[in-house]
Ligand binder design. Structure first.
Ligand SMILES: Cc1cc2nc3c(=O)[nH]c(=O)nc-3n(C[C@H](O)[C@H](O)[C@H](O)COP(=O)(O)OP(=O)(O)OC[C@H]3O[C@@H](n4cnc5c(N)ncnc54)[C@H](O)[C@@H]3O)c2cc1C
Length: 548
């Protein structure tokens, strides 16, 4: 059997390696139009920043490694120009010579990945404008910085690549401005979490311009859509990617509604013996079963392995993804998995939302707080999605949540998971347990929650009780119209409140607010909400516009 793979990064090499493990006699060839193979694209920003010193650290495996270990022939700088499915043939161009030759396949894997989206604008092809996708892009950016010593940079886009480049360029003492076309940063976060992150970044002196886009790039400046001109010795365009589907489209392979190649759970396209995997395909959500486009290394490796297995007669099936993602920004970690609030509402779920601020370890053992926003379905009690921002322990929690969501955990089940505890690692009840407890109390035990956004936006007549100390109320700011009734004095002064009116309690982070809520509920108050994430999240998720 002859297997041909197009593309030799994450998905293509995974497919070839798995095919070889299943079938030691197949002839396997990979064509790759670039010069580099099997590299860690995810490490490229850290090569630019210098944390990864040598590019070879990100490209540990070359063609001879694949030949020796897997008996796979990788032909670099060979572009597949055309697939002829009727004859199971390919036209391949050897880029060094321009020679075009024919090859044939019994099984073909399209692993052509994705390319950066290149917006049309004046100046986009200038030498100081960069897209970061592959090793050569990263080398070019690092060389430019070393030779030209730029002092200012503009980064377009606030996805993970934009932020990783912000961190790395800032580390090289380049003054960076982020420009984001949307009215919020970070596509994976809901608005409240995005504002929380943005406020933190603003305190660190990061310049972010939202609802704005680059219109024109000059030699040392960019013109923005609002008319501002920013100094820019270099420009990084991190405005997303598009799947490379031209080869597939040309032969009638069906694309999905997200634009990626449509495949089944075995990575088969609609043309017999042609498989596709990685960033060029559309996948589907574990939760909704609906198509999604999630161009991530984690998914590319998995779908590559499944393609390699399926075409050699294995029994692996793809089970979908949650779009789980994580990135580091200075000392922060930002992570998300599953549905966002916005997506869950769009899918028609009746949702409960909690914001939970907890340290990753006991404070006496240097624990540091993280904010966990969790979204659950009231009807089935299933956890649907989680977003976390914090300094430590975020990676561990997001992976626990991703596992829980994958196995369809209900919020009451979270409390019962037997997680490892010792002070250097976690708290006796882990932030994961607390998230489940809060959501379970809200959905099943009448401890209703109100989000900071909902409180800011509700026009309903209400009494708001600040249950913190008087000092906090007076000196730390408080919710507009809140009255101060500390948790301790609430029982005695309860006559001052109207039990029929909507009541909101809050403290700093939510625990004492919940205690105050319990006191009111046990005394016949019916409509009592605890402010999710307390005053701390309320204040930190206020947009700058609201603050003014
Ligand atoms: C800066 C950066 C940071 C990232 N960080 C993360 C991260 O932290 N976590 C994460 O999960 N993901 C991350 N990713 C995404 C991850 O790198 C990609 O999802 C992954 O590389 C996709 O692998 P792939 O093999 O599907 O596609 P690609 O990496 O795009 O490789 C496809 C290959 O196919 C070749 N090709 C295309 N057409 C042809 C043709 N006609 N003939 C021959 N060859 C062809 C291309 O040259 C390319 O080399 C990051 C990406 C970048 C750029």
């Amino acid at each position: 059997m002859k297997i041909v793979v197009i593309g030799a990064v994450a998905a293509g090499t995974s497919a070839a390696a798995k095919a070889r493990r299943n079938d030691d006699f197949a002839e396997i060839t990979i064509y790759e139009k670039d010069q580099d193979i099997s590299y860690s694209g995810c490490g490229l920003p850290y090569f630019i920043g210098g944390e990864v010193e040598e590019i070879e650290e990100l490209t540990p495996r070359d063609t001879s490694f694949f030949k020796k270990k897997y008996n796979v022939d990788i032909k670099t700088e060979h572009e597949v120009m055309e697939i002829i499915p009727e004859a199971k043939k390919l036209l391949v161009k050897e880029m060094a010579t321009g020679r075009v030759f024919e090859d044939h396949y019994d099984k073909l894997v399209i692993a052509t990945g994705a390319s950066p989206f290149i917006p049309k604008m004046e100046g986009i092809t200038r030498a100081h404008v960069f897209f970061l996708r592959n090793v050569q892009n990263a080398i070019a950016i690092r060389e430019f910085i070393q030779i030209r010593r730029p002092k200012t940079a503009v980064i377009a886009g606030t996805g993970f690549i934009g932020f990783e480049m912000l961190e790395n360029l800032t580390g090289l003492h380049i003054d960076v401005t982020l420009v984001e076309v949307a009215d919020k940063i970070t596509p994976n976060l809901d608005l409240d979490m995005a504002i929380f992150l943005e406020n933190d970044l603003l305190k660190r002196g990061v310049s972010i311009l939202k609802s704005n886009s680059i219109q024109k790039i000059d030699e040392t400046s960019v013109l923005l859509s609002d008319g501002q001109i920013l100094e820019a010795d270099m420009v990084i365009m991190a405005t997303g990617v598009r799947p490379n589907t031209a080869l597939a489209e040309n032969i009638g392979i069906t694309l999905g509604i997200t634009g990626g190649i449509k495949v089944n759970e075995r990575m088969q396209t609609n043309i017999e013996d042609i498989y596709a995997c990685g960033d060029c395909i559309e996948t589907f959500s574990v939760i909704t079963g609906k198509p999604v486009y999630r161009p991530l290394g984690s998914t590319a490796n998995k779908t590559g392995r499944i393609a390699g297995d399926a075409l050699t007669g294995g029994d692996l099936f793809y089970k979908g993804n949650l779009g789980t993602g994580i990135f580091k920004l200075f000392d922060l970690t930002i992570a998300s998995t599953g549905l966002s609030e916005k997506e869950a509402i769009k899918e028609g779920y009746d949702i409960e939302i909690s914001h939970n601020i907890k340290p990753d370890k006991p404070v006496y053992y240097h624990g540091e707080e993280m904010v966990i926003k969790a979204i659950a379905d009231r009807k089935t009690k299933r956890l649907l999605g989680v977003q976390i921002i914090g300094t430590k322990g975020v990676d561990k929690r997001i992976d626990i949540f991703a596992t829980l969501i994958t196995y369809k955990a209900t919020v009451d089940e979270l409390f019962h998971i037997d997680l490892a505890y010792a002070p250097p690692f976690s708290t006796t009840k882990d932030p994961v347990h607390y998230t489940g407890m809060i959501l379970d109390n809200a959905i099943s035990h009448g401890r209703k929650l109100i989000t900071a956004d909902a409180l800011r936006n509700t026009a309903a007549a209400k009494q708001i009780i600040d249950a913190r100390s008087e000092d906090d109320y007076l000196k730390k700011d408080h919710v507009a119209d809140a009255i101060h009734l500390s948790h301790e004095e609430l029982r005695e002064k309860i006559e001052a409140l109207d039990p029929e009116k909507m009541t909101v309690t809050y403290c700093n982070k939510g625990v004492t607010g919940n205690a105050a809520q319990n006191i009111l509920l046990s005394r016949g108050f019916k409509n009592v909400y605890n402010l999710s994430g307390g005053h701390k999240f309320y204040a930190a998720s206020k947009s700058q516009k609201d603050t003014k």
